[in-house]
Design a protein around this ligand. Structure first.
Ligand SMILES: Nc1ncnc2c1ncn2[C@@H]1O[C@H](COP(=O)(O)OP(=O)(O)OP(=O)(O)O)[C@@H](O)[C@H]1O
Length: 933
């Protein structure tokens, strides 16, 4: 960014915080104009991006541009949407936290285009797999469907979104998009039944008529000509040059199939769209009693067919209302005016709820199925909030009230979060925080939303209280309860001068962005019941019977909106923010035209001056010591060409040499903070001059400079390599943690690496801790996933030890052992001092005497035979075990160990399972056989 400072006279500054007179609106506009005229539509205020609609295709959204911004530091390149998108993405991947990008501005300022471009940026630059390709397509294709049902041509914008949209893009731990979720806010239902001159109904109606094939229209009972439908022609511009309904229809139909809509869904959905058109054509006339009756039955027949509702009940429902008198329900006929009102109310309700159903259906298709299947439910998100800007129309109704209240809340959030971020940075850098004076619009939010005392509560009370509520009774209540509020005025409360501009049924709110006068005058159970029982499954989903049973007071639209806004603010508060403020440069959609008056107005109500003030209150510029030193080191002999000490000290030397005054800067822990832009500009100019001088120095010196440049490049490459390594490390650690969390699960992609690593470590450790001899029963505790393997390894190991031991026995020792075993059978437990004798080897002489004695006596011979018979099977096995467990050479103490072993072997305590013949008898070189004893 500093690179462009030198061109500031021509193209302005890239960041408004670098404006010398940051409080001047004129300077702000001047900078914006300079840039816009050079087709530089983006400018920062710190990390907030201001975007001015170019109304022409600029060559700044190519894949090359996307790649240019990918992974690059925020301030290194000119301001761009991609820099905001990339910054949010990079921080999310590195810190594993959630983000949101709030895009706001007035209608036609370029919000939807911006959010689409961000989505495309992620689609192109994020890693993906074949499996995730579908997710990406769905994320992109949900847009045309939502636009068809939620956008319309208005005077300000041919493709104006008539609803607020918040979209979460979900990423897995590798940063690949794996799903999404959409929340919609306040669809402009009134457009279904009424459009201003030069405006249209929602696109889908015209798309269906223009693009739907003959059979479909026939099935829906529709004609291709939009002029035939009352709801489509009030703006007198059903055909618009800039909109190709036929083509858009094809895109929408294709999108439906990709986002999982079944043919039945589509059939029901268009059944509803057609029903709304038929509803609009229903006309009422008076019967002899002054009650409304339907003039022509053909429309209602189509509605009955398409919604699967009983014809006579539908007819009755459109011309009667249900009154609850004591415990009874009575049908009361409507007059013609009320019947028209009821018809429109139903059309609006049907369309509004169908839109909500559509959003939910799309959400079902965007849900993160990949993660769900593979068990990776941990994900991070980047939310895109494309929300209507502050609206001031000629007549401001309840919808504008909600929109402006929403903006009021978001402004509060922006200021609070910016202040918080500033404060946190100061704290982190150890710089003293100086309180910033700013306008806190909480007072206006409270006026609207406070419980019992706020405008919404008063409206609720009026709507839900028994007896007739009128616009005037509502206004009186407002005057009574909030009349003394500094931001609320009515005609009665206003002074002489302002009184004329407020009507009797109006009230005026002094928003942070300016004054808006609202018309209080622009603020039925039987039909509801009919729609609950509809055979059209979407209608049944939209109108739930359980709502009818709910005896509690229903929530008014205002309260519903307030609640959804509260949860939206909660969602946003839990995430890291980025902001894009879109500005519309002129009313004629003309490229290059900069309408000062219009833009000044938007700068005000987008809260840009307030934001700049908060952002600039302390310091205009801050940079890490290393980066600052890197750029300006040539300005000081001590730091040029190299500074070998810590960067902070280098910067200190540098600014001392340049002559910064103490009030111009502060040194934080890792950054230098410069208070005034002029200080930075002076430094930048000096740097440019220095560069100019350096370019004129003789060749040998130039060589030196080239060397320095080369070094700088090399350092850059090293830094990039280090950054890559850091990213790799973060991903590895993340993988390790994920593996650890899933370590008890069967082998799956999430734990595979972790398990392999722990297997490797266990085996390496085991290698150094194997039992040393047959009597060593120690064994390294395995991780749970390796228990079975460890058990098998232990068996193999013991078997090998035994084999090794047996092979190492001398023939003489084997004989001795045999003898000990035999004598054990004879004397164990019978002879006193047996245990002590165990460690003493037999003397040959004694044993031969004993044998001779045995041979000499027939009785003795029998006894010997008897003893052998008795001990044969038992001793054979145990002696083997004892042999196996005894380490050579067998000294006296070993003998005792062996006999002990023999005892415990009977209980299986040797570690060698008894049931499993651990040693093959025939394979052991005994030398002496039993019979020879
Ligand atoms: N970056 C851009 N490059 C080129 N044209 C743009 C750009 N942004 C907006 N436009 C033009 O401006 C028109 C209006 O933009 P967009 O629909 O995004 O406005 P919006 O702020 O979303 O309005 P609304 O609130 O009515 O939906 C677009 O149809 C497009 O023609």
């Amino acid at each position: 960014m500093e690179g462009a400072l030198i061109a500031r006279d021509k193209v302005g500054v890239q960041d408004f915080v670098l404006l010398d007179s940051h409080t001047s609106e004129a300077a702000f506009l001047n900078n914006l104009r300079k840039r816009y005229q050079e087709n530089l539509i983006y400018t920062y205020i710190g990390s907030l991006l201001v975007s001015v609609n170019p109304y022409q295709e600029l060559d700044i959204y190519t894949v090359t541009q996307m790649k240019l911004y990918r992974g690059v530091n925020f301030f290194e390149l000119p301001p761009h949407l991609y820099a905001i998108a990339d910054n949010a993405y990079r921080v999310m991947c590195n810190e594993y936290n959630n983000h949101f990008i709030l895009i706001s501005g007035e209608s036609g300022a370029g919000k939807t285009e911006a959010s689409k471009k961000i989505l495309q940026y992620y689609a192109v630059t994020c890693p993906t797999t074949e499996q995730l390709q579908t997710v990406r397509d769905r994320l992109l294709l949900s847009n045309p469907v939502l636009e068809a049902f939620g956008n319309a041509k208005t005077l300000r914008n041919d493709n104006s979104s008539r609803f607020g949209k918040y979209m979460d893009i979900q990423f897995d731990f590798k940063g690949a998009p794996v799903g999404g979720h959409i929340l919609s806010y306040l669809i402009e239902k009134s457009r279904v039944v009424h459009q201003n001159h030069g405006e249209r109904n929602f696109h889908i109606f015209y798309q269906l008529l223009e693009g739907g094939d003959k059979d479909l229209l026939c099935w829906l009972g529709l004609e291709r000509n939009p002029q035939k439908y009352t709801y489509l022609i009030q703006g007198r511009c059903a055909k618009v040059f800039s909109i190709n309904d036929k083509n858009d229809w094809k895109i929408v139909r294709k999108a439906f199939s990709i986002i999982d809509f079944t043919e039945k869904d589509i059939e029901h959905l268009f059944g509803i769209v057609a029903s709304v058109l038929h509803l609009g054509n229903i006309q009422f006339e008076e019967d002899s009693n002054g009650h409304a009756i339907i003039r022509d039955g053909s429309q209602i027949k189509w509605i009955s067919k398409l919604l699967g509702a009983h014809l006579s009940i539908l007819q009755e429902a459109l011309t009667h209302r249900k009154i609850e008198a004591r415990s009874e329900e009575v049908l009361s006929p409507l007059n013609v005016d009320l019947a028209f009102y009821a018809r429109d109310a139903v059309a609006k309700a049907i369309y509004g709820r169908t839109f909500t159903w559509l959003v939910n259906k799309i959400n079902g298709s965007l849900a993160n199925k990949v993660g769900f299947m593979s068990g990776v439910l941990n994900k991070t998100v980047i939310g895109l909030l494309d929300i209507y800007g502050f609206e001031v129309l000629d007549t401001n109704s309840f919808e504008q009230f909600c929109i402006n209240y929403c903006n009021e809340k978001l402004q509060q959030l922006l200021i609070e979060m910016t202040l918080k971020a500033e404060q946190e940075e100061y704290e982190l850098e150890g710089i003293e925080w100086e309180p910033i004076p700013y306008f806190n619009n909480k007072i206006i939010c409270d006026l609207v939303e406070q419980k019992h005392k706020g405008i919404i509560s008063i409206l609720d009370e009026e709507c839900l209280r028994p007896g007739e509520a009128t616009d005037l009774s509502f206004l009186e209540k407002l005057e009574e309860k909030v009349g003394d509020h500094a931001h609320f005025v009515t005609r009665k409360l206003a002074d002489q001068k302002t009184r004329k501009s407020i009507d009797w049924v109006d009230f005026r709110l002094l928003h942070y962005a300016g004054e808006v006068t609202y018309c209080a005058g622009s603020f039925y159970l039987l039909l509801f019941q009919v729609l609950c029982n509809s055979k059209n499954s979407i209608m049944r989903d939209c109108f739930l019977l359980s709502e009818l049973d709910n005896r509690r007071r229903p929530e008014t639209v205002a309260t519903q909106f307030k609640n959804s806004l509260t949860s939206l603010i909660e969602i946003l508060m839990s995430k890291e923010p980025s902001y894009i403020r879109c500005i519309k440069p002129n009313e004629n959609k003309e490229p290059g035209k900069f309408d000062d008056f219009l833009i000044r107005h938007q700068v005000k109500y987008l809260g840009l001056m307030e934001h700049l003030r908060v952002r600039r209150a302390g310091f205009a510029y801050r940079r890490k010591y290393e980066l600052f030193l890197q750029r300006y080191k040539s300005l000081c002999p001590a730091t040029w060409p190299h500074w070998h000490g810590p960067a902070a000290e280098g910067v200190e030397r540098l600014i001392k040499h340049i002559g910064y005054k103490p009030e111009e800067y502060k040194l934080g822990r890792t950054k230098i903070f410069i208070r005034f832009p002029k200080t930075l500009f002076a430094t930048e100019d000096a740097f440019e001059y220095r560069k100019h001088l350096l370019s004129k120095v003789p060749v040998p010196l130039r060589c030196k400079i080239n060397t320095i440049k080369l070094e700088a490049c090399w350092r850059g490459a090293l830094a990039r390599r280090a950054a890559k390594k850091r990213t790799w490390a973060v991903q590895t650690i993340r993988k390790f943690i994920n593996g650890f969390i899933n370590r008890k699960k069967p082998l799956c992609p999430e734990n595979r690496d972790f398990v392999r690593l722990s297997q490797y470590h266990y085996l390496m450790k085991l290698r150094d801790h194997l039992p040393k001899n047959v009597l060593d029963k120690s064994w390294l505790q395995p991780p749970s996933i390796l228990e079975e393997t460890s058990e098998m390894l232990q068996k193999i190991c013991v078997r090998n030890l035994v084999r090794k031991y047996c092979r190492g026995l001398t023939a003489e020792r084997k004989v001795q052992l045999q003898q000990k075993v035999v004598t054990s059978a004879v004397f164990s437990g019978k002879k006193e001092g047996y245990l002590e004798s165990l460690s003493q080897p037999f003397l040959d002489t004694r044993l031969s005497e004993f044998s001779k004695a045995l041979e000499a006596s027939a009785t003795s011979s029998c006894l010997c035979k008897f003893l052998l018979d008795q001990t044969d099977s038992f001793s054979k096995r145990n002696s083997l075990l004892a042999e196996a467990a005894l380490p050579p050479p067998c000294r006296g103490s070993d003998m005792k160990g062996m006999m002990d072993l023999q005892d415990c072997s009977q209980t299986g305590d040797t570690g060698i399972p008894l049931g499993q013949k651990a040693i093959n008898l025939s394979r052991i070189p005994w030398g002496v056989r039993w019979t020879r004893v």
